[in-house]
Design a protein. Structure first.
Length: 376
């Protein structure tokens, strides 16, 4: 039996990986199982909120000698992008030094390292952004503290432990209810709009923003195959050709069809890096989490006005109109100002991953499938 040590095991992604790699259907209530009484071939050692801290290099070495893991999936991070901007020294100690300590311990114990990186390494708000999905081989100039730290951690992990696979994870969500979530997320924000009776409520999403978007359980499903990847860097998530406003419009329509205007069943976005769709993203991610804050300027605002969201008058007329007509709820509005001067593109090219035998459904396909699993 192989032993998998999972850091950040109490976080958005890590907690689901623990369930995914543990035995029996009770371990993963939203993960489809064909063998209800199947025994997992893995022994899972969850590391979350207990000694040693990943910044404690000596403590990690002692733990690894005791546990003797075959694989380490390193999810722990300060992934709240707002907190990284406010506390760069602290986040560096966790996101870079902590990751390097994990890699050193992996090499010393002979474990293979799966490092959870982020699509934020592709966020460059200064240089001209390519309109095509990003490849792993590109030269990168991440603008945000979190993206820079993740990129440095990729390099340090590979140097410290040659048997390292770095997975650049996308924005993630979960439509099920496996447990309480600590952070704001796309699904609950859209559900908040559906459940809000105020006809004047507004929720704005940027038009000049594109990124991949993935059901966290699809990440968990494919993580087992990732254990066998050759060392290197891989984009890891669902393709999504839509801009963020279009994505929200599609998801809102699907949510309305699945649940109507009542209930509170959506939970969990992004484990890896959802916090910075605007200037919010300050909802207090912990060092064992893989999820972060909110998005837009308001963070949790299903009641922001069109004016405050940057949508006023004919502000959008000088830009190409979104291709999706949002008939499902006119209160969902396009923000044509955010990122307009330098459009953001975090879409990821998945050819390298596909050639390695791993595939993801599209963002919309994954969301439809996720809804079918989470409905009563």
């Amino acid at each position: 039996m192989k032993t998998i040590l999972i850091t950040g095991a109490g976080g958005f992604l890590g907690s689901r990986l623990v369930r995914r790699f543990s035995a029996g259907t009770s371990a993963a209530p939203h993960f489809p199982q064909t063998e209800p009484d199947a025994v997992s071939p893995y022994h899972v050692y969850p590391l979350s909120g207990r000694a040693p801290d990943i910044r404690d290099a000596a403590g990690l070495l002692a733990l690894f000698r005791q546990v003797r893991p075959d694989y380490v999936i390193h999810c722990a991070a300060v992934s709240d992008t707002g907190r990284c901007e406010r506390e760069p020294e602290f986040s560096y100690s966790v996101n870079v030094i902590g990751a390097e300590n994990i890699a050193i311990a992996c090499r010393a114990s002979g474990a293979k390292l799966i490092f959870c990186s982020s699509d934020q390494v592709y966020f460059d708000n200064v240089r001209t952004v390519s309109p095509v999905p990003h490849r792993e081989s590109e030269k990168l100039y991440p603008s945000g503290v979190y993206g820079r730290q993740k990129l440095e951690a990729e390099k340090r992990c590979a140097a410290a432990c040659p048997d390292t696979v770095s997975l650049r994870l996308s924005w993630m969500y979960d439509t099920g209810k496996p447990g309480p979530e600590k952070h704001g997320n796309l699904v609950t924000t859209l559900r908040g709009l559906l459940d809000n009776p105020d006809p004047d409520a507004r929720l704005a999403f940027p038009v000049y923003d594109r990124r991949s978007l993935t059901d966290v359980w699809d990440v968990a499903i494919n993580m087992e195959a990732a254990l066998d990847l050759a060392p290197g860097v891989y984009n890891f998530g669902s393709p999504n050709p839509l801009n963020t406003y279009e994505t929200a419009a599609v998801f809102l329509s699907l949510l309305r069809g699945a649940f109507g205007n009542s209930g509170n069943s959506g939970s969990g976005v992004d484990g890896q890096n959802s916090g910075d769709l605007g200037n919010g993203g300050n909802s207090g991610a912990s060092t064992d989490g893989q999820n972060s804050g909110a998005f837009g300027n308001s963070g949790n605002s299903a009641a922001a006005s069109g004016q405050s969201s940057g949508v006023s008058g004919n502000a959008c007329n000088r830009f190409p109109a979104p291709s999706i007509q949002n008939a499902s709820d006119p209160r969902l509005v396009p923000d044509c100002q955010r990122f307009a001067s330098c459009p953001r593109n975090l879409q990821m090219d998945l050819e390298k991953l596909s050639l390695a035998g791993i595939s993801f459904p599209t963002a919309q396909e994954g969301f439809v499938r996720s809804l079918s699993r989470s409905r009563p």
